[in-house]
Design a protein around this ligand. Sequence first.
Ligand code: SF4
Length: 317
Amino acid sequence: MFEARGVRRHYPVRQGAFAPRRWLRAVDGVDLVLEPGETLAMVGESGCGKSTLARLLLRLERPTAGEIRYRGQDLWALDRAGVRGFRREVQMVFQDPHASLNPRMRVGAIVGEGMAIHDLARGRERRTRVERLLEQVGLPPEAAEAYPHEFSGGQRQRIGIARALAVEPRVVVADEPVSALDVSVQAQILNLLQDLKEERGLTYLFISHDLRVVEHVSDRVAVMYLGWVVEEAPAETLFPRPLHPYTRALLSAVPVPDPDRRTEPTVPEGDVPNPIAPPPGCPFHPRCPERFGPCDRDVPEDTRPEPGRRVRCHLFR
Ligand code: SF4
């Protein structure tokens, strides 16, 4: 569905009127494939580049280098009709359902807006489709007459999902879709997303800082750190057997309710380094409990320690 090759996004920054220009390397050489029908989770701490990468895949920003293809076509070589089709086929579910819904529009108009823009349905048919969509996401059809503030956070996220599905997309990019919700509501929204995916044959790109969330919804996981994908693997192998020290640290930060699964508290100390001046060698080395000889000197390359799995760490050379 998507294919990213060598994608970089660097932003020029000046720290003072006469200071030389430097570069913030938000995304720094990412290769990624999103297969039809799968859920790929992009995981990492704040500032790791996952949201920038999502903006590049959504064609909201142009890469500094590299290429992104959507269904085989270079995203930046699409003509007007191609861009319009892309805008319909790839929809977004946002983190904050409160901020992403126009408070002055009724829910029916919010959900039906995309249908109007893409001229998919008019009049009575549009209204019928909106009501059916509201039912599919677990809201009564009468919700179409209400305003967003009349709903709870979980219900507003259901409205956001109905809006995304209204234009019959192929791909849904969900950017931290449950992180603003109560834990008790998170599972309901995740189950809804999962059911809709199966019913409609959707492809998901799921962005999250929370491994607990992606463990049960993802087919594959890409772990990002300072603009790199440091590990990519099928969920079924990554969770029981994480390889990269950063993935292991992220997983050890997740409370495990099972007393038989022991985790060592190996979360590294310190913050994510400044992406304007990343450390030499492996960017994780200042926080890595397993750093050794080459780590502060040589940049690790991608290795494939087993089929379907990539790791960027000197331990796996
Ligand atoms: Fe740690 Fe070295 Fe691997 Fe980087 S390359 S994650 S510093 S062991």
